[in-house]
Design a protein around this ligand. Structure first.
Ligand code: NAP
Length: 259
């Protein structure tokens, strides 16, 4: 039996970014994106938080604003980025918490190569790889230059080629592996243009959200985190990172996941 972990441990919540960071969270309607939004707003009352999702959010903390981004519409990303910069200036932290594993209908993780189909592969790459790359294109130039800043994309351990023991899940695995390559490549260019900025991938563990719900039965003898617990742990990981960590993929416990 998997155990649901919700210890509400308070994280070192972006302490290394000062007391009033500008934060953008893409995918704020999702399980982990919403938890990141709420934890940051609760722990850092002076933070300015831009919460982005496909639809405007109604339940949002006072120190957050809700705006729209559709990963499949680059214009919406460009407009959101320039609006964020106009309103608050440079960004201290960007979290890309969007992602697709299944859509509850046609798109399902493949158990065998027999289930591979072009539409699922294309859609996984569109959301898990192309979307975050376009977010990077428009948001990385806005990162703070005179101190630590972070651009963090939610990736997944199953995107590790070196760590692939089980096989299956062709579209999700390969789109996250490609995302990891995007992250590494962005970090190299970022080091040249903004040497204080850090670009990483984050694996949140198995988290109790719509994305993982149908597959939680597979998680035997392991822990399933609540979204709040995952958000706290990821914020602690990010707080401890330095520019030497840029380009790497980190797990919720701070360990590095091989590419
Ligand atoms: N949960 C886990 O166990 C787990 C494990 C490893 C990695 N991760 C990663 O963690 C991240 C967050 O996952 P989650 O568990 O929080 O999943 P989730 O609750 O399903 O949230 C997914 C988010 O992605 C957004 N999204 C999907 N397509 C989009 C599009 N075209 N434009 C804009 N937003 C779009 C969704 O927006 P809508 O609300 O509009 O659909 C939602 O906000 C993902 O990258 C996932 O791969 C999760």
């Amino acid at each position: 039996m998997a155990k649901l972990i919700d210890n509400h441990a308070h994280s070192r919540c972006l302490n290394s970014f000062g007391t009033s960071p500008n934060v953008s969270i893409i995918g704020a309607s999702g399980g982990i994106g919403a938890a990141l939004t709420h934890v940051i707003c609760r722990e850092i009352p002076n933070a300015t938080v831009h919460a982005y999702s496909r639809r405007l959010l109604t339940e949002i903390p006072d120190n957050a604003t809700s705006s729209t981004i559709d990963l499949e519409d680059e214009k919406s990303i460009a407009e959101a980025a320039s609006r964020a910069f106009r309103e608050t200036g440079h960004l201290d932290a960007v979290f890309v918490a969007t992602g697709l594993l299944h859509d509850g209908e046609a798109i399902q993780p493949e158990k065998s190569w027999r289930a591979i189909n072009a539409f699922s592969l294309e859609q996984a790459f569109r959301i898990n790889t192309v979307g975050p790359a376009l977010i990077a294109k428009h948001f990385l130039p806005l990162m703070k230059r005179d101190g630590k800043s972070i651009f963090a994309c939610l990736s997944a351990r199953v995107g590790s080629i070196g760590d692939n023991q089980l096989g299956g899940w062709y579209a999700y695995r390969s789109s996250k592996a490609a995302l990891n390559m995007i992250i590494k490549t962005l970090s190299i260019e970022l080091q040249r243009s903004n040497s204080n900025a850090i670009c990483v991938g984050l694996h949140p563990g198995t988290v109790d959200t719509n994305l993982s719900k149908p597959f939680q039965g597979n998680v035997r003898h392991r822990e399933i985190f609540t979204p709040y617990n995952a958000a706290n742990m990821l914020l602690s990981v990010v707080d401890n990172l330095t520019t030497a960590d840029s380009g790497k993929i980190f797990s919720w416990d701070g360990s590095v996941i091989p590419y």
